[in-house]
Ligand binder design. Structure first.
Ligand code: NAD
Ligand code: UD1
Length: 306
């Protein structure tokens, strides 16, 4: 648990059986009353800490949301369709969950006067004009996922401006760490890790020169806890590290750490993929006191030791 005074609160975590949400639940459950709402579409029941109340249900269902958010002080809204690729294949489903689900949560938060910390995304920026990019970079999303996160991010701010609700959007860059699942629609590190562990070919999309800013889930949890307690609400913060890594370099690093014999193979580039992504984290550093603590090399080493 980071060094912030977050105790005695009634907290709802949507998507809390998933990768990031379950780490957040772990950090909060000892000192707070935590309920998790998750439909287990990508999350897993065993990720949920024993001390939390678990409700299997859909974030779009107003009745369910009203029940789990009764008297809540704080909502971490993590539930979404997280794969950019999947959103390109099925934009309507992505929209329903990611966009409409966020509105359902915001409306309930308004009713309860609860603070909302929203899992926004670097995907809202699309192809940036420059990197590292700060929060004033114009939004120009290139995928249905990015479009839905973008409008949800703006709704989050609007609920502060219009209704005085305490809201914050955290624009996560590429999060990795334990419990991230490896499947067709998973984050690249979990996919490369599984391929390397099996000595299978590591599958780089395109030429591998595209870049990402990889941030460890522990640092993302810390950012969430800081956002839950800050006075600087009604705005959005980048949550990354400021370090830019190409996907080809990532593949080589993972092959080396795993001591694998995997060949690195190149496929077609992904439609809707972003070429460069790297966060300027000055705003989160100045307003929240956020500081990333885990460098990519160290985070990967620990992941392979686990
Ligand atoms: P995840 O898939 O592990 O977590 C999402 C959780 O939401 C899952 O447990 C899933 O079962 C649940 N869920 C999906 N649809 C639901 C619905 N309709 N009702 C209730 N629950 C539902 O993914 P994650 O990486 O932990 O992502 C958490 C949040 O962070 C998402 O909003 C994602 O868009 C955002 N985000 C993630 C990254 C990243 O790199 N992982 C980066 C930027 C933003
Ligand atoms: C990821 C998150 C998204 C988040 C965004 C923020 C996931 C699944 N997606 O999207 O929720 O909002 O970061 O920046 O967690 N790649 C390969 N080979 C593979 C898999 C991926 O080369 O087998 C490449 C992709 O083409 C892409 C890069 O790796 O260029 C990252 O892909 P991915 O991990 O899916 O993340 P994003 O699309 O950046």
């Amino acid at each position: 648990m980071p060094d912030v005074d977050l105790t005695g609160q009634t907290i709802l975590i949507t998507g809390g059986a998933g990768f990031i949400g379950s780490h957040l639940a772990d950090a909060l459950v000892d000192a707070n009353d935590v309920t998790i709402l998750d439909d287990l579409s990508t999350g897993a029941r065993e990720n949920v800490p024993e001390e939390a109340t678990f409700v299997e249900g859909d974030v779009r269902d107003e009745q369910t949301v009203a029940e789990v958010a009764d008297d809540v002080d704080l909502i971490f809204h993590e539930a979404a369709i997280v794969s950019v690729q999947q959103s390109v294949e099925a934009p309507q489903r992505c929209h329903d969950v990611t966009h409409d689900g966020t509105l359902t949560i915001l409306e309930r938060a308004r009713h309860e006067d609860a603070r909302v910390v929203f899992a926004s995304s670097a995907a809202i920026y699309g192809e940036p004009s420059t990197v590292p990019l700060d929060e004033t970079e114009p939004v120009d999303p290139s995928s249905p996922y990015g479009i839905d996160k973008c409008s949800a991010d703006q709704y989050v701010r609007a609920y502060h401006d219009l209704y005085g609700l305490e809201t914050i959007a955290l624009r996560y860059f590429n999060v990795y760490g334990p419990r991230q699942t490896a499947g067709d629609y998973s984050g690249v590190i979990s996919i490369f890790r599984e391929q390397a562990n099996r000595d299978d070919p590591i599958t780089v999309d395109g030429d591998g020169t595209q870049t990402r800013d990889f941030v460890h889930v522990e640092d993302v949890v810390r950012a969430n806890c800081l956002a839950a307690t800050t006075e600087h609400v009604g705005t959005a913060y980048n949550v990354g590290t400021g370090e830019e890594t190409t996907i080809r370099t990532l593949a080589e690093k993972i092959r080396s750490i795993a001591d694998a014999d995997s060949e690195i193979v190149h496929g077609d580039p992904r439609p809707g993929d972003i070429e460069r992504s790297c966060a300027d984290i000055s705003r989160a550093r100045d307003a929240l006191g956020y500081e990333p603590t885990i460098a990519l090399g160290d985070g990967l080493e620990t992941l392979f030791e686990a």
